[in-house]
Design a protein around this ligand. Structure first.
Ligand code: SF4
Length: 208
């Protein structure tokens, strides 16, 4: 496994990173590492960096609309020190929580292909392998859900994604699914703040 920061294993995504760097010289435009507590009870897995979010800031779910609802919940449930991720970039601290993505590089149109998702999976597997027993993984969306199962080499057919579906994982870990907190899902009402808070209430129960 290459060092994440210099990973160029996906030619299409590497080219896309380079293209965006030429357009936005101040943006991160590199693989985005996970962020948060080194020894978390909760690992949140998103899809991939957003162009003007994590790809710009270098921090998952930081800088665009997808992070707004997430950090609102993280703050409410005591996982984040601040409610607004982008406003407090240098001060933000996560407690008992870490955030990552299934794919670490910005994909065109937010759509990594299956080869890229699989190629990036060892980084996620490595992050998951560091979790303690009784930890919870929150998968945001189908791709994150599938990436978590793949990290455990579990069959996809018997554990399908569903909002608030829960699954036992090896190592006494627990997986819970949620619709992704993307701007699209929030704007269309597919995921509302009360729905997302319910997910976090359940996580709170699981971590007790
Ligand atoms: S998506 Fe993952 S595997 Fe592909 S280049 Fe980025 S860090 Fe490397």
């Amino acid at each position: 496994m290459q060092h994440l920061h210099s990973c160029k294993l996906c030619p299409r995504l590497y080219a896309h990173r380079q293209l965006q760097k030429s357009r936005y010289p101040n943006y991160h435009c590199l693989p985005v590492a996970s962020f948060g507590d080194e020894n978390p009870g909760l690992l949140i897995v998103g899809l991939a960096p957003g162009l003007h979010g994590a790809n710009a800031s270098g921090r998952p779910f930081t800088g665009d609309a997808s992070g707004a609802t997430l950090f609102q919940c993280l703050y409410k449930f005591g996982f984040a020190s601040h409610q607004h991720a982008a406003a407090d970039l240098n001060e933000m601290q996560l407690t008992n929580c870490r955030i990552t993505n299934a794919v670490k590089c910005l994909p065109p149109q937010n759509k990594p292909d299956s080869v890229e998702i699989n190629r990036c999976n060892p980084y996620l597997r490595d992050e998951i392998s560091q979790l303690q027993a009784a930890s919870v993984i929150l998968a945001l969306g189908t791709i994150a859900h599938r990436a978590v199962l793949k990290a455990f080499e579990m069959p996809q057919s018997t554990s399908r994604f569903g909002h608030m579906a829960e699954f036992d994982l090896p190592g006494d870990l627990r997986l819970i699914d949620s619709y992704h907190c993307s701007r699209y899902n929030i704007n269309t009402g597919r995921l509302t703040l009360p729905m997302f808070e319910k997910v976090f209430s359940r996580i709170e129960q699981l971590l007790q």
